[in-house]
Design a protein around this ligand. Structure first.
Ligand code: SF4
Length: 470
């Protein structure tokens, strides 16, 4: 039997999906890209924007129509607001939070799916079962899996979710979840309501997963969390902090004869200690690229966003990065047109972009995020103004990223090769600082390897070069 899985949204959802795949494949299901031939159809939902939720509705309407000519089970998990969960219960067969993933085989069994043993009795699912031995007799479960009254805590018992070995999509790039949930309550964001409060994963399990990936020759490993640098704080002294976690990873990197880069996303400026930056400067495997969301360059706006830091706090972090990690690239997230953003407030964001000279900025035109505090506020900056501000910040970004990229021309950089360019005569990749690069080569065996490339030309968002060492 086959399953079709649709992950929506951020890297965290992509990473969660890899564990969902393990559980489904452990039951003997095999993946398919064709919804029509799937018995099990699932969505890993994202509630960050209304658009994401709209996609969930359009898909489930289509799937429920398909029931007219086929048997199937539908499920939804991921980032779901409590109000949507109630609506989804009427549309999907199964609605569950990620921490309940280990129960998924039991939930599916309630629909009459069973795996016969040799004497034709039902057996528990196991990864070794061949898909052809599964039978299906879909019927409604006798016991509802959730009722509207169930109190859901999406961040409880996360350890039993993390312990599932992910089925990685890539053979050289991987995410490791180190934390779930968020305690920050930025007014434009719904994550604390969909994923619950911060919970840190055991450091020994994180290190074990990382070592396993390194031994399997993974080259780019990203530590994931909504607020990675508050790692360990919820354990109140019983767990190491983020800087120490990085140090232990760095020490391991120094002890093995393998080249790999470890990144993290996303940190919050409020919890970004100097110690974290010092540790990154001390170990070769800790990638010299920092993603530090600024969201706004204006103190009043930062307060309305409930970011809990000032522009000066942020500036201190950037100065520390420039001092201790002069070679590091810096990326950011920034929002234009948030509720009430004046020309002056926007101008402060532009000045911040000018001052901090980012290599990359993910610039969002504000749109209401259902469930967030600001969803009850007026979305009062006209669309045209948001668009204009978006273009101004994009120009600002391009100006600085071009200067940086031009500075690389003539230099030799290490590149993790990750695919084939649209022009198939070229391979693509990124540098340790995550600058996108392409170079001429037809050697597909280089994909997944770190090679040396001499940079020959630059644009604001990418560079090009010649392969000099495989
Ligand atoms: S730090 Fe703010 S933006 Fe990030 S997940 Fe938490 S509430 Fe959302």
């Amino acid at each position: 039997m086959k399953y079709f899985l649709l992950p929506l949204g951020c890297q965290m959802n992509q990473s969660d999906t890899e564990r969902v795949r393990t559980v489904l494949q452990g039951m003997g299901f095999v993946p398919t890209e064709n919804e029509e031939e799937a018995t099990l159809l699932g969505i890993i939902a994202c509630s960050v924007r209304q658009k994401g939720i709209d996609k969930v509705y359009s898909r489930i309407i289509k799937w429920n129509e398909m029931r007219g000519h086929k048997n199937c089970i539908t499920f939804v998990s991921g980032c779901i607001l409590p109000a949507d969960r109630e609506r989804f219960l009427k549309l999907f067969d199964l609605v569950f939070t990620m921490n309940d993933l280990p129960e998924l085989p039991n939930m599916i069994r309630q629909y009459g799916i069973f795996i016969p043993t040799k004497d034709n009795g039902q057996q528990s699912v196991s990864p070794s079962v061949s898909p052809s031995t599964i039978s299906v007799n879909i019927q409604k479960p006798l016991v509802p899996l959730f009722s509207k009254k169930d109190k859901i805590n999406p961040s409880a018992n996360m350890d039993r979710f993390w312990v599932i070995e992910p089925d990685h999509i890539s053979e050289f790039e991987a995410y490791i979840p180190i934390q779930n949930g968020c305690n920050k309550f930025c007014t434009y964001c719904a994550v604390p309501y969909t994923r619950g409060r911060e919970v840190s994963r055991k450091s020994e399990d994180i290190l074990a997963e990382l070592k396993d990936l390194v031994q399997k020759d993974y080259k780019s490993i990203t530590l994931l969390g909504q607020n990675v640098n508050s790692y360990g704080l919820d354990k109140k002294g019983e767990e190491i902090n983020f800087a120490e976690l990085l140090r232990r990873i760095g020490e391991y990197g120094d002890s093995v004869d393998k080249e790999f880069w470890v990144y993290f996303t996303s940190p919050h400026p409020r919890d970004m200690s100097d110690e974290v930056i010092e540790v990154i400067s001390q170990y070769k495997c800790l990638g010299k690229q920092i993603h530090l969301p600024i969201q706004s360059g204006d103190n009043d706006m930062l307060q309305r966003m409930n970011r809990k830091h000032t522009l000066d706090d942020y500036r201190h972090i950037i100065h520390t990065i420039r001092r201790l990690l002069p070679e590091a690239t810096i990326f950011t997230d920034i929002i234009v047109g948030f509720t009430g953003e004046t020309e002056e407030e926007f101008e402060n964001s532009r000045k911040a972009m000018e001052e901090f000279k980012y290599n990359m900025a993910y610039i969002a035109q504000y749109s209401v995020r259902p469930g967030a505090v600001a969803s009850t506020w007026a979305d009062d900056v006209p669309k045209e103004t948001k668009k204009k501000r978006y273009h101004i910040l994009t120009d600002e970004l391009m100006k600085h990223s071009l200067v940086y990229n031009q500075g690389l021309v003539g230099k030799t950089v290490k590149v993790l090769v990750n695919g084939i360019d649209r022009n198939s005569a070229y391979l693509t990749g990124h540098t340790e600082g995550k600058i996108v690069i392409r170079f001429k080569s037809s050697n597909r065996n280089l994909i997944g390897k770190i090679v040396k490339v001499e940079v020959t030309s630059a644009t604001p968002l990418s560079i090009e070069g010649n392969l000099i060492e495989e």
